[in-house]
Design a protein around this ligand. Structure first.
Ligand code: ZN
Ligand code: ZN
Length: 374
């Protein structure tokens, strides 16, 4: 159970020194680096480092977990009360720290319970706007599409606002009624002398309203699973394992809250001929011994479009790399090159003429390439 007040007050992103839209990979990287630097074994007797180490661990405990991170972002955005009124809120009362209360059954528990009720029946009333959940999808794109960018359609079955009840959760023709116990606030006050606590309303479960006849499609959740299509453009130059965030294309928001995001994780299938290093494309091209020794022009395949001519100098070495400018991946920011590795192909069979010519070459060869080794 999480201490929401603590989440609200601590900027874990800042603790780890990462941006709020940092990828899970970046977060793990930042955490590992800090954990290594601050580890107590490395800083014996340094109380400040130990404190920092604990902070960093606590931050990663939340940000390193997709679910917890989503909840944390929500708490940071909506405040620890999730938009409900409570102590310190517009309802008045005394502002106090969770840390001061301590013990089981403290303030942290109450807040934790409120947040444990995501996706429960809802609509209007005491529960404030809620952002929809982020949804992750995996998209496989082939090498060439990843290189040049592609317009694509994702077919997903995800949470969507229930079409039967328009998200109210109530049977068509009926509507949720304001909870009589809490007057729609979603919380009830529990006066204990000097302090006034707010606890989630036990009748409506903190939602502020009650559904007498639940919608038959969504059983009161206001959400149903629906297939949907999301058209999107994958930009040129995306990499295998990269995640693209499509703002507002995730789960539906509740009570006027914004939609979540759709996170598209890309799997790029390898190409049989081309490889990639950043925006550069790589290709290996066989050449004959004669082309390597005498030099010449060879045709080199490109990923898009016709072949290009590569001029080889006399004495070109097998395995050497040659750059063809501007024939790599063109992204919005930069255009890469095509890196051609040439490899001398040795014939496995020789005609009589070829054999005779090579024997002549052997006889005329005066330099032993292994002389430096012996
Ligand atoms: Zn419904
Ligand atoms: Zn109520």
């Amino acid at each position: 159970m999480a201490a929401q007040r603590e989440w609200y007050e601590k900027d874990y992103y800042q603790v780890l020194g990462v941006a709020e839209d940092a990828t899970p990979k970046d977060i793990t990287k930042a955490y590992r680096k800090l954990a290594r630097e601050l580890h107590p074994d490395k800083n014996p007797g340094d109380a400040a480092a130990e404190e920092r180490f604990k902070e960093v661990s606590a931050a990663y405990d939340v940000l390193g977990d997709d679910t917890k991170r989503g909840e944390y972002d929500e708490v940071r955005r909506l405040g620890p009360m999730g938009g409900m009124r409570g102590p310190g809120g517009p309802g008045g009362g005394i502002r106090f720290n969770v840390g001061d209360m301590g013990g089981a059954g403290g303030f942290g528990d109450i807040l934790g319970n409120m947040f444990g009720r995501r996706g429960a029946p809802g609509g209007g009333g005491g529960a404030g706007p809620r952002r929809g959940s982020d949804i992750t999808a995996v998209l496989t794109v082939d090498f060439a599409d990843a290189a040049r960018g592609v317009e694509t359609t994702l077919f997903l079955t995800t949470d969507a606002q229930c079409s039967t009840c328009n998200g109210t959760g109530a049977k068509p023709g009926t509507s949720p009624r304001v909870c009589g116990n809490c007057g729609g606030r979603g919380v009830v006050d529990d006066n204990q002398g000097f302090f006034s606590f707010s606890t989630p309303c036990p009748v409506c479960g903190g939602q502020g309203n009650v559904i007498d006849e639940p919608c038959p499609t969504c059983h009161g959740r206001g959400i149903e699973q629906r297939p949907r299509e999301v058209k999107t453009r994958i930009p040129a130059g995306v990499k295998d394992g990269q995640t693209i965030r499509l703002k507002g294309r995730g789960g539906p928001g509740r009570n006027g809250g914004p939609n979540g995001d759709l996170l598209v994780e890309l799997k790029v299938t390898p190409h049989e001929r081309f490889g990639r290093r950043g925006n550069d494309l790589t290709v290996t091209v066989p050449i004959t011994f004669a082309e390597a020794a005498l030099g010449g022009e060879i045709d080199v395949p490109t990923l898009d479009g016709p072949t290009v001519t590569l001029r080889l100098r006399p004495g070109t070495q097998s395995g050497s790399r040659h750059r063809v400018k501007g024939r790599g991946i063109a992204t919005a920011k930069a255009t890469g090159d095509l890196i051609v590795a040439v490899e001398v192909a040795v014939p496995s069979e020789l005609s009589d003429d070829q054999r005779a010519a090579i024997e002549q070459l052997a006889a005329a060869t005066t330099v032993n390439p292994r002389s430096a080794l012996t």
